[in-house]
Ligand binder design. Structure first.
Ligand SMILES: *[C@@H]1O[C@H](CO)[C@@H](O)[C@H](O)[C@H]1NC(C)=O
Ligand SMILES: *[C@@H]1O[C@H](CO)[C@@H](O)[C@H](O)[C@H]1NC(C)=O
Ligand SMILES: *[C@@H]1O[C@H](CO)[C@@H](O)[C@H](O)[C@H]1NC(C)=O
Ligand SMILES: *[C@@H]1O[C@H](CO)[C@@H](O)[C@H](O)[C@H]1NC(C)=O
Length: 324
């Protein structure tokens, strides 16, 4: 076994935090890792500059025709007055005009902002083509994931801080935006129980959620799932309640019980609509936990894992101190 030196004292960590904090206080956003880039966008200050001299076209407009829940899309931009700080914001749901602003009781003085939802992604228009500023034409590529809503792309000038809306694209959507997607596995209450959690656009008054599962290549059974969600009013305040809000859809959890140790299982997520038809996810798989106390790692492989982890801790420390 190789030598193992203890990680640097907590003092260094404190120093790192102190330096990072000074950087934030100095307002130097761009060099700072750990600041959510979307938080730099002054969406509540957006003004309208729609005048027909710019256009945005997104294609294809229908995604997930083969059941994909992740797709690339081309966004073609044209602007007569292109500038270096033009950028594209991706909005989902596609309609982001002021009709989507929540009613604020008691706030009658203030005018409604132009835009009441934050973009889920953005990119500078010059990103893939530095000649954009001269030619006023370019194409950007974005990756979209199926998240229960349609999408639109908006061109802004004025940089992230003082956005001026120039053009809005056509609407893009997935064939089934409500499809059950992104299962997350976690250990259940006992060693032989697995919890499956996923998201869909189906409330329980629309469809019954369940998991169809079983040993790989064997008979598959069904287990029901519970459904939860939360709403805008459950949030403490702005911006989560205002332009930061995005509907979370429905979160379903099912417990798969009495699993055989180390056995490979397959499962898929289902929703039975009340007209009797089914909506299915793809098929996924997992390996069940070992029986408690069962030895899977021998002594030398355990030591190897331990050494690798301590090496990684030290490497991270080095990277952090180099950044200083
Ligand atoms: C052209 O864009 C620049 C920078 O965004 C802006 O200051 C200027 O007013 C625009 N001119 C016209 C005619 O829209
Ligand atoms: C693209 O625009 C950004 C934001 O204005 C700027 O920081 C960057 O230097 C530009 N890149 C090129 C290649 O012009
Ligand atoms: C906002 O969007 C809705 C729905 O698409 C539309 O009916 C309405 O006219 C729009 N309002 C404005 C101010 O653009
Ligand atoms: C122990 O685990 C290591 C790493 O997985 C493996 O290379 C080795 O053959 C194992 N030894 C025994 C005795 O099983």
């Amino acid at each position: 076994m190789r030598g193992f030196s203890p990680p640097p004292p907590p003092l260094l960590l404190l120093l790192v935090v102190a330096v990072l904090w000074t950087t934030v206080a100095a307002g130097d956003h761009r060099v700072l890792a750990g600041v959510q880039p979307l938080s730099l966008i002054g969406i509540h200050r957006a003004v309208s500059g729609l005048d027909g001299s710019a256009s945005v076209k997104a294609s294809p407009s229908l995604l997930g025709l083969q059941g994909e829940d992740l797709e690339w899309i081309n966004v073609e931009i044209q602007s007569l007055n292109a500038s270096q700080d033009d950028w594209i914001g991706v909005f989902s749901p596609a309609n982001f005009n002021s009709s989507t602003c929540p009613a604020e009781p008691g706030n009658t003085r203030q005018e409604k902002p132009l835009i009441c939802s934050a973009p889920i992604k953005y990119q500078y228009a010059n990103y893939s083509n530095a000649c954009y500023t001269n030619r006023g034409i370019t194409t950007l590529r974005f990756q979209l994931i199926n998240q229960r809503s349609d999408f639109s792309f908006a061109l802004f000038s004025g940089g992230l801080e003082n956005p001026k809306l120039l053009a809005v694209s056509n609407v893009v959507s997935f064939a089934n935006p409500k499809a059950p997607v992104y299962p997350r596995l976690s250990q259940g209450k006992t060693w032989n129980e697995m919890a499956v959690t996923w998201t869909s656009g189906y409330d329980i008054d629309e469809a019954l959620p369940f998991v169809e599962w079983g040993l790989k290549n064997r008979h598959q059974t069904r287990s029901p799932a519970g459904t939860l969600t939360f709403s805008r009013n459950d949030m403490c305040g702005a911006p989560a309640r205002t332009f930061g809000w995005r509907d979370p859809g429905y979160i379903h959890t099912s417990f798969l019980k009495e699993l055989w140790p180390n056995a490979e299982y397959t499962y898929k997520l289902g929703h039975q609509l009340f007209d009797g038809t089914y909506v299915w996810s793809k098929t996924y798989s997992f390996r069940a936990s070992p029986y408690p106390g069962q030895i899977l790692c021998n002594k030398s492989s355990f030591l190897e894992i331990w050494e690798r982890q301590s090496e990684m801790v030290q490497m991270n420390m080095q990277i952090t101190s180099q950044a200083l």
